[in-house]
Design a protein around this ligand. Structure first.
Ligand code: PMP
Length: 403
């Protein structure tokens, strides 16, 4: 037995793609996390956009435990009631014919790439497999999804990548018109770029995307891994931002912190797929699906979603106040409870890192997006008083760093 002391979190046996020093967390309650020393942290990141209903919920824990006592896994030759129930809930939340369950955001997008290629090949023939994504997009780290994630740092060590992918600037309608033709199988778009600086899709760009994808029979894939499930105050963010996707992918908050993803597909795609052409071992297991049913019921409710919108407005206005007070803060971007504040100036990247680190020391967990945008996505159940508590910690951080 290895004894886990605090020293164990320094240079632990994790690959070097992770940090070499870790904060060791022990438990959570509401919007707060506690480390192994009992120190309390306000979580302005929901893990990374995962814990939509916060921490320590008894309901999902009891559902998971009860389901584990009944059955934890069945092969995909069979199904279970929770899996069926979730499939009906999600497909009817939009206009979808079917849902493929997986285990992560990358896997959900990987399935969307495969279904889009299959659809293009069977409707338009060979040579129509190209995939467009946008600069600063993030669609995952598996090789197909990575090919659609055009950031040098993520792609460079692993090439050659999947052929036929291309990226152009986000929200650039002219570039879109110049690029798209029927040789494309799919366009992948995040309604709000979660990792790429919290840029929100513009109404004109959304409209042009809808129009051109329809014109060339290209599948429009909304990657809602981060924006979906109420984060923006809509169950699907695309619905509130003028996008009409053919496919939606979901993951992070879907099963309340357990690994589950969904790729929602329309009838015209589903009817071309043949038995055995895609599949998974763990995706859509009864435990994750039972918990996800609880999550969907809690979130997909007009009262809940209206509250998220109101709290999002409150958070935005507080961040705008901050931005007007501090010269090193720039634009506030985002929508709903998915907000970002740009750190600007010559040392913006270094300063944003220091803000995150000092915030952590003072009991506030925040994330970064892009090079220097502070990303704030608290659990959707956060109260206004807790938002103010986080803002007040940020002010203390700024005072310490900038006087
Ligand atoms: N798509 C988006 C929009 C994401 O934000 C992420 C994760 N940051 C992914 C895909 C990949 O998800 P995962 O890490 O679960 O594979």
């Amino acid at each position: 037995m290895v004894e886990i002391t605090k020293a164990a979190a320094k240079n632990p046996p994790f690959p070097k793609n992770y940090s070499n020093e870790f904060l060791v967390l022990d438990k959570g309650e509401g919007v707060y996390l506690y480390d192994v020393d009992g120190k309390k942290y306000l979580d302005f990141g929901s893990g990374i956009a995962v814990n939509a209903l916060g921490y320590g919920l008894k309901g999902p824990a009891e559902i998971a435990a009860k389901q584990m006592m009944k059955v934890t896994h069945v092969s995909n030759l069979y199904t279970t009631e929770p899996t069926l129930e979730l499939a009906y809930k999600l497909t009817t939340a939009g206009n979808f014919a079917a849902v493929h369950f997986g285990n992560s955001g990358s896997e959900a997008n990987e399935a969307a790439i495969k279904y889009a290629r299959l659809y293009a090949k069977r409707t338009k023939g060979e040579g129509h497999h190209k995939i467009l994504s946008f600069n600063n997009a993030f669609h995952g780290r598996t090789l197909g999804a990575l090919a659609c994630t055009p950031t040098e740092k993520y792609q460079e060590p692993f090439g050659p990548l999947m052929e036929g992918t291309l990226s152009i600037p986000f929200n650039d309608t002219a570039a879109l018109e110049k690029t798209l033709d029927e040789s494309f199988a799919a366009v992948f778009v995040e309604p709000v770029q979660g990792e790429g600086g919290l840029e929100v899709i513009s109404p004109d760009f959304a409209e042009k995307l809808n129009e051109l994808c329809k014109k060339f029979d290209i599948l429009l894939v909304a990657d809602e891994v981060q924006t979906g499930m109420g984060r923006t105050g809509e169950f699907f963010a695309s619905a509130g931002l003028g996008l009409t996707p053919d496919i939606i992918t979901l993951a992070k908050p879907l099963a309340g912190g357990l690994p589950l993803s969904a790729t929602l597909i329309p009838d015209r795609v589903n009817k071309l797929i043949k038995l055995g052409e895609h599949g998974t071992t763990f995706g859509g297991g009864p435990v994750t699906c039972a918990v996800a049913c609880y999550m969907v019921d809690a979130i997909f409710h007009p009262v809940f979603l209206t509250k998220v919108k109101a709290k999002g407005e409150f958070l935005k206005s507080e961040l705008e106040k901050l931005a007007s007070e501090y010269s090193f803060l720039g634009k506030v971007k985002g929508t709903g409870l998915m907000q970002g504040v740009e750190v600007i100036g010559q040392d913006a990247e270094v300063l944003s890192g220091k803000i995150i680190k000092t915030g952590r020391d003072k009991g506030l967990l925040i994330l970064r997006s892009g090079k220097s945008t502070l990303r704030i996505l608290p659990p959707l159940v956060i109260e206004e008083s807790e938002i103010l508590e986080g803002i007040s910690i940020l002010k203390k951080v700024f005072k310490e760093l900038k006087g």
